[in-house]
Design a protein around this ligand. Structure first.
Ligand code: B12
Length: 352
């Protein structure tokens, strides 16, 4: 089969696979993927061009409120089982290349992207220690001291985990272990990996394998000690105030007569959770001084809220209250003003 045919077939297969995982059909999904493996489709292709795109599609379906959280969880659990089945059947080469520790930054629960990277590296002959989701920085460093890997591969899907990832990057640098960073949280071009002192970055697992094999690490220059926007501590201050700030905004929303006053407990919990995400994305944006992190998240929040019947105007109201309470943090206040503009544009442009 030519590469083109395999690629086209994998796109089609990925759609069929999505149907299986959408029905929580673990046996069907495993049989389908192992069947393709037995037919000669490379394991790496199955992991990255069939399972990975289906998972991204799961995210879109959840965001559009077409799939419930439960259905997303069930589908992801099936994908995890399929990845295990592929890994067992594909019988990676005997580890001969060296040892890599793969871990998610603390607070990062998107373990499947890191798992896919782990399996791709194993298939290419690396011994991989996969530590999974949310690895506390100090424990990761202890593990690295105990096991002496050649490299740490640090995964971060959400930018909100960047401050924690930064602590790991700094500690690994002091321990003399190179770190390759990856995952959507480091930016689509890896700019936050560079800023926070990673030795390298890769957009996908197969590129990561090539970077490591070609010895193209370190590929970034030594970073400055502490960029000015981290030293100004607005992110740290926001974190310190987070609990009372969020409680205050919620109370103001209820007392201010917004639509939330008519909400039941569950809806209020959702609002509180959303406000928490907004504060965390603001914090991450301040940490790396990048408005796009916050703006993109506000646009995303408006789209997700609208899909669930809540108009973006409610996001505008929440942001206004937040911005009013953070007047003493000039960068936060500026980012919030921009965020309000993003939400207003979403409110003006979207379907009514
Ligand atoms: C499954 C899932 C979950 C599961 C994760 C379970 C698990 N075992 O992984 C759970 C339920 C925990 C979850 C929770 C949340 N999720 Co979620 N989740 C997803 C989903 C649908 C799939 C993740 C996945 O498997 N992706 C597939 C892989 C292939 O992704 P990938 O990034 O392309 O990975 C490649 C590269 O990035 C790279 N790579 C990855 N790591 C590394 C590391 C290194 C070193 C290198 C070099 C490369 C590398 O290699 C991979 C393979 O090529 C995504 C959708 C998506 N687009 O990913 C949303 C998604 C990431 N989640 C999202 C959100 C918002 C959340 C929550 C905040 C939801 C909530 N309201 O609580 C929480 C946050 C939890 C947390 N603190 O981490 C949003 C993020 C939006 C944003 N603006 O940032 C997404 C995009 C959904 C969406 N469409 O909106 N989620």
């Amino acid at each position: 089969m030519s590469d083109l045919t395999v690629g086209r077939d994998l796109n089609l297969a990925s759609e069929l696979y999505l149907e299986r995982i959408g029905e929580a059909d673990e046996q069907g999904a495993v049989d389908m993927v192992l069947g393709l493996l037995d037919d000669g489709v490379p394991a790496g292709g199955l992991l990255l061009r069939l399972i990975a795109p289906a998972q991204r599609r799961v995210g879109e379906l959840w965001a559009a409120d077409e799939w419930s959280v439960a259905r997303e969880h069930a589908a992801t659990a099936v994908s995890e089982a399929v990845v295990s089945a592929v890994a067992r059947r594909a019988r990676p080469r005997r580890p001969a290349r060296g040892r890599v520790t793969v871990a998610c930054a603390e607070g990062e629960y998107h373990a499947l992207p890191a798992r896919l990277l782990s399996e791709v590296l194993r298939l290419r002959g690396w011994r991989v220690d996969f530590l999974g989701a949310s690895v506390p920085g100090p424990h990761l460093i202890t593990y690295v001291h105990q096991t002496g890997p050649d490299l740490v591969a640090l995964s971060c899907t959400l930018p909100t985990r960047l401050p924690r990832a930064h602590a790991v990057l700094t500690a690994c640098r002091s321990a003399g272990v190179p770190v390759l960073a990856g995952g959507a949280g480091f930016g689509s071009d890896g700019r936050f990996a560079r800023l926070l002192g990673a030795d390298g970055w890769a957009p996908t697992a197969d590129v990561a394998a090539e970077v490591i094999e070609a010895g193209r690490l370190p590929s970034f220059p030594t970073p400055p000690d502490s960029p000015a926007h981290i030293a100004d501590e607005e992110c740290a201050e926001l974190l310190r105030r987070r609990p009372e700030l969020l409680a205050g905004v919620l109370e103001a929303l209820v007392c201010g007569g917004s639509s939330i006053s008519a909400h039941d407990d569950r809806q209020r919990e959702n609002t509180a959770e959303n406000l928490g995400h907004i504060a965390d994305f603001l914090c991450a944006a301040l940490y790396v001084d990048d408005m796009a992190i916050f703006g993109d998240f506000i646009a995303w929040t408006c789209a997700v809220s609208r899909a669930r019947g809540a108009p973006p105007e409610s996001v505008v109201t929440g942001l206004r209250i937040l911005s009013d309470r953070l007047r003493d943090l000039p960068r936060a206040h500026h980012f919030l003003t921009e965020g309000i503009r993003v939400a207003q544009t979403a409110a003006a442009n979207g379907p009514r």
